[in-house]
Design a protein around this ligand. Structure first.
Ligand code: DX5
Ligand code: ZN
Length: 213
């Protein structure tokens, strides 16, 4: 068993039974809860906003890992931090020259800061930010929807990041993660796995979570 942070994505849960679906993954050992925030601009889908994160915070007992797939992330850091995020991950493609400023803002609320890259963004573009980050999220699908197919070439970015990363940097992958692709990513050096469909659409959620470790 590897020491991996498992973060089930509630995008694949039943939104009419969110509390039940959160308790289920908590019971079976999920470490974090991955919450996908989409704005219909940065990605072609709209999902969860601040009020929902606040309600989730009231019922969840594990840290909220909030993945912001939004334009102008700096505008929404404070509300998501105050709603109860433990880690806020924003996209390099939505921030570009404002990365350091946004990381500082996130940390000013006592929240951990993550930076994510889409499939077409080379890892070299974010290497200089490593020292100030708590986590790098390597997208292994185009962000926007759950249930897509894992892109193996994206996972090849992991060793590049790992080589330049401070020892305690968390390297997370998100998109198309299942028992098999999880192994590919952890072999490359990822230590946090997001999984939506693989966990929530499984008939045996307990075994699905365990199989990722
Ligand atoms: C996609 C989201 C993912 C998504 C993963 O844009 O960032 O977190 O929920 O879903 P699966 O694991 O089904 O690919
Ligand atoms: Zn995500």
């Amino acid at each position: 068993m590897k020491n991996i942070i498992i973060s089930p994505s509630i995008l694949s849960a039943d939104f009419a039974n969110l509390e039940r679906d959160i308790k289920t993954v908590e019971k079976y050992g999920a470490d974090w809860l991955h919450i996908d925030v989409m704005d219909g601009h940065f990605v072609p889908n709209i999902t969860i906003g601040v009020p929902v994160v606040k309600s989730i915070k009231a019922v969840a007992s594990i840290p909220l890992d909030v993945h912001l797939m939004i334009e102008n992330p700096e505008k929404y850091i404070e509300p998501f931090a105050k709603a109860g995020a433990s880690i806020l991950t924003f996209h390099y493609e939505a921030a570009e020259d404002k990365v350091e400023e946004i990381v500082k803002l996130i940390k000013s609320f006592g929240v951990k800061a993550g930076l994510s890259i889409k499939p077409k963004t080379p890892p070299e573009s974010i290497l200089k930010y490593m020292p100030v980050l708590d986590m790098v999220l390597v997208m292994t699908v185009e962000p926007g929807f759950g249930g897509q197919k894992f892109m193996p070439d994206c996972a090849k970015k992991i060793p590049v990041i790992k080589k330049h990363a401070p020892e305690n940097l968390i390297i997370q992958v998100d998109g198309g993660i299942n028992e098999e692709t999880a192994g590919v990513c952890t072999d490359y050096g990822a230590n946090s796995l997001v999984a939506g469909n693989y966990i929530y659409k499984s008939a045996d959620i307990k075994s699905a979570i365990e199989s990722l470790r």
